[in-house]
Write a protein that binds this ligand. Structure first.
Ligand code: ARG
Length: 584
């Protein structure tokens, strides 16, 4: 029966306008049409288009339809009488209540067993897309520079997006694109030669190298010649000077060791690819040739540039006047290489200060005929800062990732000690809750806005926080671990509360929220959904005790329901990169 449901006016708020609810509506309408036919009435396509099946009070999980009112006009009968006829013929086995209301509306309430069945179906839903490979690039720290809170923010957003892609059936792979090439390494080499004490540096390489780098840059302010010397060292490095290569390699190895430790502390997924900037060294000449042969490259004051002024994007420097290659050239080579590897789309998780860089990059790639509009996207995010607290650091104004992680652990350990001193696997809980609190705080904010990190909010066990979600999950797990859900019971229809209906409808919206996240690369939609979901779980937890329930049928139903709720919450947490805990 070709009925177009998109014509149905929808009263659903976006978050619960789920595919599944649409299918449920579809089923209900089919039953209504059958009842109309069985009552010997006609229904035309024009009439069908006017019929609404709405969810007037989402919290009740029930539906209302105007079908009798629509039919009454042409039939010349009272809507109330038509409603009675329809209800008389309606197949009522999936409804717990069917009532006629007002001038002839029919109100339908689905049985609890039907709702639970839908939940189980939702969990089975498979999403398979065949849109080709996607490369998601994030966690791009720079060699010999400390990892700060911005790198952490980047890794957390990128990792969540990767998990969400995979959940949605996308063919995604990730690349950690280390910044290991460029003029700054010439400056660093020079600084190391001028002031570096190899023994001191080897003890804490990143901190010490960064100090040397900062020191030389200060020196450069009064002595610009040093900058020229530094640039020359990079040119030498690019030309293969063995001494410079050796030093550079040492800096890279030291840095990678440290990055991999922090990668593990952040508990983010493995990268399929590790294509650092230097990986593109031998791929840059080809790009230069292509730019030249396409007549896009021009010379200006000894530098090679692409003039993008007609697109209001200024001038893009491809090779500097000293012959040194640029970040932009490496990114051109990167995009072209990645595409050649069969990736259909290249997503870059990079802070919003680089927006101009990506505008230039994409504009040049399009001029070269290497890129279509939908093949690349800069997933930008705002600036993260700290409120009040003097976490801002030993090193100037930089808030180091490690310091934040340590501070989080300290604070969580203290809370756990107060709240649950007898807890079994304390270390694991502290680790998971502390990183979970940070991840949730970052992901619950819209990535486009600047955020101010706030410990009180991030660790507020009663507020919009990671620990709050984790706690809701642990509560449900606690129940399931105490009772045996199996047994010989069969599921029977039971009377459920308004909160339970609301919770089920909310839970049914999960997959749609995740799909929505992916449309805008906005994990905050999922975070906020999970917060609301957890709020309902807590309400349900207090209103409907399970262990004390004497009605076995009701108890069994609730245990089934709790299993679905817990698994959904765990899945949601997992998509934010947070491991769900059974106890905390
Ligand atoms: N390493 C760079 C930075 O810290 C970010 C790299 C972003 N990725 C890219 N393909 N340009 O600024």
């Amino acid at each position: 029966m070709g009925c177009n449901f998109s014509l149905l006016p929808s009263l659903f708020p976006l978050a619960i306008l789920s595919d599944i609810i649409m299918l449920m509506k579809d089923e209900i309408l089919k039953k209504l049409y059958q009842a109309v036919a069985d009552a010997n009435m006609q229904i035309s396509d024009t009439q069908k288009a006017k019929i609404t099946l709405t969810n007037p009070d989402a919290s009740m999980g029930d539906f209302a339809t105007n079908i009798a009112l629509v039919l009454s006009k042409d039939a010349g009968r009272k809507p109330l009488d038509i409603a009675k006829d329809i209800v008389g013929k309606l197949d009522q086995k999936s409804f717990s209540s069917v009532k006629i209301a007002g001038p002839g509306f029919i109100n339908l309430e689905l049985k609890s067993t039907e709702l639970l069945k839908e939940l189980e179906k939702a969990a089975e839903q498979k999403r398979l897309h065949t849109e080709g490979k996607i490369l998601l690039e994030y966690f791009q720290p720079n060699i010999a520079k400390p990892l700060h809170i911005g790198h952490m923010q980047n890794a957390i957003i990128g990792d969540s997006l990767k998990r969400i892609h995979l959940y949605m059936g996308k063919d995604v792979e990730s690349d950690t694109h280390l910044g290991d090439w460029g003029t700054q390494f010439g400056i660093l080499i020079l600084a190391y030669r001028m002031y570096g004490d190899p023994e001191v540096v080897a003890r804490d390489p990143i901190t010490e190298l960064n100090k040397l780098y900062v020191r030389l840059n200060q020196e450069i302010e009064t002595n610009p010649d040093l900058k020229e010397q530094g640039k020359q060292e990079f040119v030498k490095l690019e030309q293969g000077d063995p001494e410079n290569r050796k030093l550079w390699k040492q800096f890279v190895d030291w840095s990678k060791e440290k990055f991999s430790k922090i990668h593990d502390l952040l508990d983010i997924s493995k990268f399929e690819h590790d294509w650092p900037e230097s990986f593109y060294e031998d791929k840059m000449p080809g790009v230069l040739d292509a730019l030249k042969s396409k007549g896009i490259l021009t010379e200006s004051q000894g530098a090679q540039i692409v003039n993008l002024e007609d697109q209001n994007l200024g001038v893009a420097v491809i090779v500097k006047s000293d012959g040194g290659t640029t970040y932009l050239l490496r990114d051109l080579a990167t995009f072209i290489y990645v595409k050649k590897q069969g990736f259909r789309k290249h997503l870059y998780v990079v802070d919003n200060r680089q927006a101009h860089h990506y505008h230039q990059l994409f504009a040049i790639l399009k001029l070269m005929g290497e890129m279509e509009d939908d093949e690349g996207l800069h997933i930008a995010y705002g600036f993260i800062s700290f409120k009040g607290e003097a976490l801002s650091s030993r090193k100037g104004n930089m808030v180091l990732a490690e310091d934040v992680l340590n501070e989080a652990r300290k604070r969580v350990a203290k809370i756990i000690k107060e709240k649950n001193p007898a807890l079994a696997d304390k270390d694991k809980v502290i680790r998971t809750v502390s990183i979970g609190a940070i991840k949730y705080f970052i992901l619950s904010h819209n990535r486009n806005s600047d955020i101010e990190f706030n410990w009180d909010q991030a660790l507020d066990f009663d507020g919009n926080s990671g620990p709050y979600l984790l706690y809701a999950h642990a509560r449900l797990s606690g129940i399931l671990n105490k009772v045996n859900v199996q047994g010989s019971h069969t599921l029977e229809d039971v009377v459920i509360s308004g909160t339970e209906r609301e919770l089920i409808i909310k839970c049914l919206g999960f997959n749609d929220v995740v799909a929505e996240v992916l449309r805008g690369y906005l994990p905050n939609l999922l975070a906020n959904y999970l917060f609301e979901f957890s709020g309902l779980i807590n309400k349900f937890y207090h209103e409907s005790p399970v262990m004390k329930e004497s009605d076995e049928k009701l108890k069994f139903f609730r245990l089934k329901l709790i299993t679905r709720l817990r698994d959904t919450l765990a899945q949601g947490l997992n998509l934010l990169g947070i491991e769900a805990l059974d106890e905390m």
